[in-house]
Design a protein around this ligand. Structure first.
Ligand code: SAH
Length: 456
């Protein structure tokens, strides 16, 4: 992934002061999935070019960030290392953050002057090439593109959707960087992070002074926010407000992410059933366990997982050694498989099984059901699993893909209900199914939950 910015004119080496990057010294910056390099391939009085090169590790991407339970967002074979995308925006703000804000310690007057600048964005996904002009020309840029055949030897295979885009204008460096930051991911909507409400703030702050007047602002907001209707509407409503946004309630916008919402929903159910003891089955790194340990209502908490390394992480994250003695006594942590009967699963009022069943091979599900509902028999089971119908709302996902590389299946709402009801029939439970997360009218919410109660 490569972005170059060229300044032509006189004393163009000054670009180094504006970008706060010394032309004589190549620099390296760590990013969450690789590295960014900044260097100057040309430095003359009349023409200076600064390059931002990203080296993204496709394996890290597929596996997910170290320490994350969410796992990878992309397949092992992916185009992410080569294509200009949200990674480039993240790198621009990480590496050129001061320049983006328009500040320059040593050359403020130059930072406040429109300069003849050219940006070249290599490999931008543009299935609709006309859109490039529609988006960039209203901002004053002359655009030109280089196209590529899908295959050198077979012209009949047509043109690749990837282009190299050159933008030129006399523009403030700060404006150019903010335009790139917002607009690169508008063309490549496979974000490397889940789009949350915070993205509205980023869009509005980097879009300040130009997005409001842009004839394609709806398209830009829609694509930048991954077509999440609620967010897009909020962003557009704020853009059309006459008054600049005041400082009122900035915190109110901050919604918890799906993971937090899910854990809170599970915790609420575990407490609502009156449980005094809870077992977190397939606890992973212990995110639910941590919440359970804080609850005074609970006198006994267990956490178990088949993965030794997850349990090690859980121990670290829970800071077990440093917990108060009474809390340590409450907790037991052990390795086990949920598909084998185990005495240690018995004696809990409530069992929580959060985002675990979809990791089991379908032929093992019956063994799991027998172990949990047949032998361990807690009074309440709170179980969550993804709703596959919702996946179409994740733009970064390929059609028919599952949310995580280790998922063996994901259920529709009807499939989950059918499975839950079959459990009830066989093991003497009743179930209520609920949805967790933002509810999409057509596809439901991202997570589904079953609250099973043992019939007495
Ligand atoms: N409940 C946690 C982790 C979910 S990830 C959370 O919500 O954050 C799924 C977890 O299930 C992984 O940690 C995995 O090791 C565990 N798991 C998968 N199959 C299992 C099995 N058969 N027995 C026990 N744990 C299992």
């Amino acid at each position: 992934m490569l972005l170059t910015i060229t300044y032509t004119g006189e004393h163009t080496q000054e670009l180094g002061y504006l970008l706060h990057k010394n032309p004589a010294r190549p620099q390296e910056f760590p990013l969450s999935y690789g590295k960014a390099y900044v260097f100057y391939p040309e430095v003359t009085d009349q023409r200076t070019t600064c390059a931002l090169l990203l080296d993204i590790d496709p394996i890290d991407l597929a596996r997910g960030k170290a320490g994350s339970t969410e796992g990878g967002l992309f397949d092992y074979v992916n185009d992410r290392p080569y294509v200009s995308s949200s990674f480039m925006s993240t790198a621009i703000s990480r590496v050129f953050g001061t320049a983006m804000s328009g500040r320059s310690k040593e050359r403020q007057a130059l930072a406040d002057t429109p300069l003849p600048l050219t940006a070249k964005i290599h490999m931008l996904a543009a299935p609709n090439k006309n859109m490039l002009a529609e988006i960039f020309e209203p901002l004053g840029y002359a655009t030109s593109i280089e196209t590529y055949p899908n295959d050198d030897k077979f012209p009949a295979w047509g043109e690749s959707k990837y282009v190299t885009l050159t933008l030129s204008a006399t523009v403030l460096l700060k404006d150019l960087l903010n335009h790139l930051y917002v607009l690169i991911p508008v063309f490549d909507t496979q974000k490397h992070y889940y789009v949350s409400a915070e993205e509205i703030e980023k869009l509005l702050s980097h879009g300040e002074g130009w997005l409001k007047e842009h004839p394609r602002r709806e398209y830009i907001a829609g694509r930048y926010l991954n077509r999440r209707r609620g967010y897009v509407n909020q962003a557009l409503a704020r853009l059309s407000e006459d008054e600049p946004e005041s400082e009122q309630e900035p915190e109110a916008e901050k919604k918890p992410n799906l993971n937090q919402t899910r854990l809170q929903a599970v915790l609420d159910e575990a407490l609502a059933c009156g449980a005094k003891s809870v077992i977190d089955m397939g606890c992973g790194e212990g995110n639910l366990t941590r919440l359970l340990l804080k609850e005074k209502q609970l006198t006994k908490v267990a956490a178990t997982d088949v993965s030794f390394s997850s349990l090690e992480r859980a121990k670290e994250k829970l800071k077990i050694d440093r917990l108060h003695e009474t809390v340590q006594e409450k907790l037991s942590l052990f390795q086990s498989s949920l598909t084998y009967r185990d005495k240690r699963f018995e004696g809990y009022d409530c069992a929580c099984v959060v985002e675990v069943v979809e990791h089991m091979d379908p032929p093992r599900l019956e063994a799991f059901a027998r172990v949990l509902f047949g032998f361990s028999k807690p009074g309440t089971v709170v179980l969550t699993t993804p709703n596959i119908e919702y996946n179409v709302n994740y733009e970064h996902m390929r059609e028919n893909a599952l949310r995580h590389g280790d998922h063996r299946f994901e259920w529709t709402r009807a499939q989950f209900k059918a499975w839950a009801e079959s459990i009830c029939g066989r093991y003497g439970y009743s179930v209520i199914t609920k949805e967790i997360g933002e509810n999409d009218e057509a596809t439901g919410a991202p997570t589904q939950m079953g609250v099973f109660t043992l019939c007495v």
